[in-house]
Design a protein around this ligand. Structure first.
Ligand SMILES: [Mg+2]
Length: 398
């Protein structure tokens, strides 16, 4: 600023002083207003992680019960839109809802599994898709809208020569074409699934034909739940579906020299998962005729790499699909200390290095960014999370 020119922004100028006063008064009024204003209708929703937030293994976490008493009215109806978001994928939504019945009567529409966004991929629903995983795969696929899902087991029966273990079976040369591959979760016999999925990819969906590498990109692959490992009863983490995907990606690369490409990756921390969760939240609000637009999603979870990373990634808006236009809310992460995250773990001197190490466990297609693993809030448990959010939102339902 040159000397002699009046700077209206300067607090020393009359104009600046007056503006300062106005700003000050406005701020005070805003604070006063927000202090007085109590919201009885929600303009926010909750995305609750399940493992480490509501249950540990099969044991309920005590604070979950208290938290849920605050979320319902005397008729047991939710006072805010709530969606339960889990990366589990080997069962139907109803089974997961039943597992939470010790807390409340939860409808299956409130439960989101890693595979739930597949409902949006309607262009694949009419076609023949090869499904990989375990559990009631055909039921899951049909429930999601797929009309012609084929399991790896069926593919083996149709093309017995492909699986060398079964080479004595009589060949049955049925011609079928696979339009896409859906990876639901880790299978039981990895070598069979790896072999047959590679066969389908390298033959453009005609696994009885010889390989032809020039067909690239290959037929679409959609994958759910990319968690490299998960914690069970054993002392150390166990292989998850992410490990199976690492095997598949590397075998494909080794054979063809090219990268395996995913049409979509879903489950936390993928954006499509949060978009779908938001869609479910809005649907609940509409069903209850809550007129206020949903502005904030609070993602309550115990894992920096999935729950916090996913919530932060969601705010980096670059939408690619049909839910894009509906997405207006921003997401805030609330980290709880009842699961994977341990606030008492010694912080290493170089946190960047330790985070890099942790992010190495993330999927190949997710970039490393330390900013994405910073939670907005850290609280002891889910009950404290609900209290915090109600306070932040000045929410006081009747
Ligand atoms: Mg968890």
């Amino acid at each position: 600023m040159k000397e002699g020119i009046i700077n209206p922004e300067s607090p020393h100028s009359i104009l600046g002083f007056a503006r300062g006063m106005t700003k000050g008064i406005t701020n005070v009024l805003f604070l006063f207003n927000s202090f007085l204003q109590v919201n009885i209708l929600p303009s926010f929703g909750f995305l609750f992680d399940i493992d480490g937030v509501l249950v540990r293994g099969k044991t309920p976490i005590p604070s979950a019960k208290t938290a849920f008493q605050k979320l319902v009215n005397s008729q047991g109806q939710f006072l805010v839109p709530v969606v339960f978001v889990t990366n589990a994928g080997n069962c139907l939504r109803q089974k997961k809802a039943d597992q939470l019945s010790h807390l409340l009567g939860i409808s299956q529409n409130q439960v989101m599994m890693s595979h739930s966004p597949l409902r949006m991929f309607k262009r694949y629903h009419e076609k023949c898709v090869l499904v990989s995983g375990q559990g009631p795969l055909l039921d899951i696929a049909q429930d999601l809208g797929f009309c012609q899902p084929i399991t790896i087991e069926t593919l083996r029966e149709k093309h017995p020569l492909l699986d060398v273990v079964d080479h004595e079976r009589r060949p049955n040369v049925l011609v079928s074409i696979y339009f896409s591959v859906v990876l639901f979760g880790e299978p039981v016999r990895w070598e069979t699934n790896l072999q047959l999925i590679i066969d389908v990819l390298l033959t453009s969906g005609y696994p009885g034909n010889p390989y032809h590498h020039e067909n690239y990109p290959h037929i679409p692959v959609l994958a759910c739940n990319m968690d490299l490992m998960w914690v069970a009863e054993a002392q150390s983490p166990r292989f998850g579906h992410g490990t199976f995907m690492v095997c598949l990606e590397n075998i494909y690369k080794k054979i063809t020299g090219k990268d395996l490409k995913y049409e979509a990756l879903m489950g936390k921390p993928s954006k499509v998962t949060y978009q779908y969760a938001e869609y479910l939240i809005r649907a609940q609000a509409a069903e209850r005729r809550w007129k206020q637009p949903i502005q904030t999603l609070y993602a309550v979870g115990d894992n920096l790499m999935t729950d916090v990373y996913g919530a932060n990634l969601y705010n980096h808006n670059s939408w690619e699909n049909e839910l894009a236009s509906a997405a207006a809310a921003h997401c805030r992460s609330v980290l709880v200390c009842t699961g994977v995250y341990n606030p008492h773990t010694e912080v290493p001197l170089d946190t960047r290095e330790s985070i890099t190490e942790a992010v190495f466990h993330g999927h190949r297609d997710f970039r490393f960014d330390p900013g994405l693993v910073e939670p907005d809030h850290i609280v002891p448990d889910v009950d404290a999370a609900v209290d915090l959010v109600f306070q932040l939102e000045n929410f006081a339902p009747n």
